[in-house]
Design a protein around this ligand. Structure first.
Ligand SMILES: [Zn+2]
Length: 472
């Protein structure tokens, strides 16, 4: 199998360090807000990658962290902690309910897991919280100071990039080229403008811990180094994230991890590209900013969201559109209808069936082995579906095809969708009819439809933004 390694900027053959066992770390969410569909593209990429490793018969240990302290608004050292910033800007419905950054973190962590479940994303084996790994961080920072890779000024601890000549290898941002600017502000405490904080001394910070350098909190980068090593060892196979994590986050993580252990930290750094919406960068002001719950509230099928976000290659910028979700839904329906047809197949053996199936299976694996090319793997499946829909096959042949569909769906997770069960088109229609009834103030009709849906296990909630639904 080949994977594109950001570190070498090449597709390289991937073999786990330990035969048969893949150790993978995925940079997880910072729980100060709902994760948006761009974040979920990256988390879904990690989910499909893990499932494909398992498809290949490898055991996987997957870690996805929860960042609940120390991630500054700028992604570098400047600005406020995102948690404290978000606490001041709480949406109206949470004001009064959430009083401190701890409660804020738990609220958005729960929301994150709900969204993961909705999309059928498997839980990682470990979801460590940064706030629960502070002693490990203090220990690694102490090691870096002892080894002279870090220095203390006024209770702040900084990593000295000049002591680590490889700094810049991952992102291409070598220290000679790093000019103070948007990402790097002049801080008189730093020996080099690119030095970054390992520990921030700040007795006023709401989330703070005692340390040998005074009360404060850890830098964002050291969190991932420590949690990765604790659960996966000093050196492990794969570290993923979105492309905006490459610098400064992963560059700094690589530097401090390798400086601390003297070993190569990660074999493959893999990054998912950005997601655009309607051809533009997603932004709240453009009105093209979507969370998973926004889309579910609009009635979109979570399986279609999953399909749409996994079906373009992770290293291509993806253009997400709502019409793309409709197309994704039809694609899933084609697969489900095909499956239903197979379940009812009872003709005689067809001479082409075996070849069609073998070709599709080979093409699927070849595409996925080529840097997880999901779109081309799906194309191979749909070629087979189209060809098989033109012939009649026997029960035995149909069972073989069904077994293949089951196997690939353990990777894709869209046919037998493991997330929140989607609405049928009839249920969707009922919700629309009820909305119309409400608009014309026909409350009796609206209540009648609500009861029908309730009997089917669908709970409706009417809010200022319209009606949302969920399964009981
Ligand atoms: Zn990280």
């Amino acid at each position: 199998m080949k994977l594109f390694n950001t570190l070498t900027r090449m597709k390289e053959t991937f073999e786990p360090l330990e035969t048969g066992r893949v150790r993978m770390y995925n940079c997880g969410p910072t729980v100060y807000d709902y994760a948006h569909i761009g974040n979920f593209r990256s988390f879904l990429f990690a989910d499909v990658l893990r499932r494909y490793f398992e498809f290949k018969g490898w055991k996987v240990t997957q870690v996805m962290n929860i960042t609940d302290v120390g991630h500054m608004v700028s992604d570098a050292d400047e600005g406020e902690d995102k948690m404290e910033f978000a606490l001041k800007k709480l949406p109206a419905e949470l004001r009064g309910k959430i009083k401190d950054p701890w409660a804020l973190a738990r609220y958005y962590e729960d929301a994150f897991f709900e969204d993961m479940t909705a999309l059928g994303i498997q839980k990682a084996h470990h979801h460590p919280r940064a706030t629960e790994h502070i002693p490990g961080m203090i220990k690694m920072i102490s090691t870096l100071i002892e080894k002279d890779f870090a220095y203390v000024v006024n209770g702040n601890v900084y990593f000295s990039v000049e002591k680590f000549p490889k700094y810049g290898t991952l992102s291409g941002n070598f220290i000679d080229n790093l000019k103070p600017g948007a990402r790097i502000e002049i801080n008189p405490e730093k020996r080099h403008p690119a030095d970054f904080a390992l520990w921030k001394h700040d007795p006023k910070h709401l989330m703070k811990w005692p340390s040998p350098w005074g009360e404060g909190f850890p830098g964002w980068h050291i969190e991932c180094s420590v949690m990765g090593m604790q659960y996966l060892g000093d050196a492990f196979d794969i570290h993923t994230g979105g492309e905006d994590n490459i610098f400064p986050h992963h560059e700094c993580e690589l530097a401090q991890s390798e400086a601390a252990t003297g070993k190569r930290h990660v074999m493959f750094w893999i990054h998912a590209r950005h997601l655009m919406v309607d051809g533009h960068k997603m932004s709240k002001s453009l009105g093209n900013f979507y969370t998973i719950r926004d889309l579910l509230a609009k009635g979109y099928d979570p399986a279609a969201i999953r399909y749409s976000l996994i079906s373009s290659h992770y290293r291509q910028n993806m253009n997400f559109t709502l019409s793309g979700l409709d197309a994704a839904k039809s694609a899933i329906m084609r697969l489900r209808e095909f499956k239903e047809r197979l379940e009812n197949s009872a003709s005689t053996d067809h001479p082409d069936a075996e070849r069609l199936l073998n070709d599709a299976a080979a093409a699927f694996t070849a595409a996925m082995d080529d840097d997880l090319n999901v779109s081309s793997a799906l194309a191979a499946v749909f070629d087979m579906v189209a060809a098989m829909n033109r012939i009649e096959i026997s029960r035995k042949q149909a069972d073989e095809v069904l077994a293949f569909l089951k196997k690939i769906d353990r990777v894709l997770g869209v046919i037998e969708f493991g997330g929140t069960a989607a609405l049928s088109s009839e249920e969707e229609l009922l919700i629309k009819q009820r909305e119309n009834a409400r608009k014309s103030k026909n409350w009796a009709e609206a209540d009648r439809i609500r009861k029908i849906l309730d009997e089917r296990g669908i709970i409706l909630k009417d809010g200022p933004q319209g009606t949302t639904w969920k399964r009981k």
